[in-house]
Ligand binder design. Structure first.
Ligand SMILES: Nc1ncnc2c1ncn2[C@@H]1O[C@H](COP(=O)(O)OP(=O)(O)OP(=O)(O)O)[C@@H](O)[C@H]1O
Ligand SMILES: [Mg+2]
Length: 241
């Protein structure tokens, strides 16, 4: 069995047959408000508090204060303390957008990771990151280089991907193929709010469960109900999509 990194979401780790393969780069896709950022925050928070692994959070979407508030909204009360101690390093929107030359900003940041101090990385979001490139070819080349460097530095990474299409429609881009894993966060409207689901569509080197499972967001972050019995799009259980 390969060496795995536990996400800290128990139900998800069961679906993943233990966790994410170490040094893998995983694409996390979903519509707005599906829980992608909370998942990233939880991955880093549990990383430090449960598994003694330090992490990096790069955000083009939010500033450090927003991220802290999101963490505290689900009860990760030690977030700020961990940021201050350096166990979680946050490169926020303000910091990332300050540099004029974007690639040199990223190169500088990658240099910070070469020190072997960090095990986990979250990029929120890859979609925004890609906006810095003018042409498709440049974007692809950089993405390849970037994911290579992450592996080389021993980082197990979540790349967050904003998905415009509503499930079961999915936009499949080069990033889906280039990454080692693809996880989707899904929500469907109901009379009283939303139903939330998670789907692991691929994880190289792991024997995963590819059914779709219910999840909830609340105190303690994300809970995946893998015992509830998943369903497949083709299966006997009725699909809500
Ligand atoms: N304490 C909480 N209890 C219940 N639900 C919560 C709580 N905190 C946040 N949420 C839910 O989590 C969702 C936000 O998740 P998150 O910010 O991770 O989404 P996202 O996928 O990153 O969205 P975006 O693409 O807009 O950045 C909110 O829509 C909210 O409904
Ligand atoms: Mg987000």
């Amino acid at each position: 069995m390969p060496d795995v990194v536990k996400t800290g979401v128990d139900g998800l780790d069961s679906i993943l047959n233990g966790g994410i393969v170490r040094d893998a780069t995983v694409l996390v896709s979903g519509n707005p408000g599906t829980g992608k950022s909370i998942f990233g925050i939880q991955y880093l928070y549990e990383g430090v508090t449960e598994f003694d692994e330090r992490g990096v959070y790069i955000s083009f979407e939010e500033n450090a204060e927003d991220i802290r508030q999101a963490a505290e909204s689900v009860g990760f009360d030690r977030w700020e303390e961990l940021v201050e101690s350096g166990d979680i390093k946050v490169y926020d929107k303000r910091r990332m957008l300050r540099e004029q030359d974007f690639t040199s900003a990223v190169d500088g940041l990658l240099e910070d990771f070469s020190s072997d101090e960090y095990d986990r990385l979250v990029l929120d979001s890859l979609t925004m990151f890609q906006l810095f490139f003018d042409d498709e070819r440049e974007k692809r080349t950089y993405l390849l280089k970037f994911s290579d460097v992450l592996k080389q530095y021993g980082l197990t990474s979540l790349l967050i991907n904003e998905q415009g299409a509503m499930f079961p429609e999915t936009e499949i881009g080069l990033e889906n193929f280039l990454t080692d894993g693809n996880i989707y966060f899904i929500q469907t409207p109901t009379d009283s709010g939303v139903n939330r689901y998670i789907w692991v569509a691929k994880m190289r080197k792991q024997d995963i469960n590819t059914d779709i499972f219910p999840l909830e967001i609340g105190e303690g972050g994300i809970t995946v109900y893998e015992q509830a019995g998943g369903f497949s799009m083709m299966g006997k259980n009725e699909s809500p999509f």
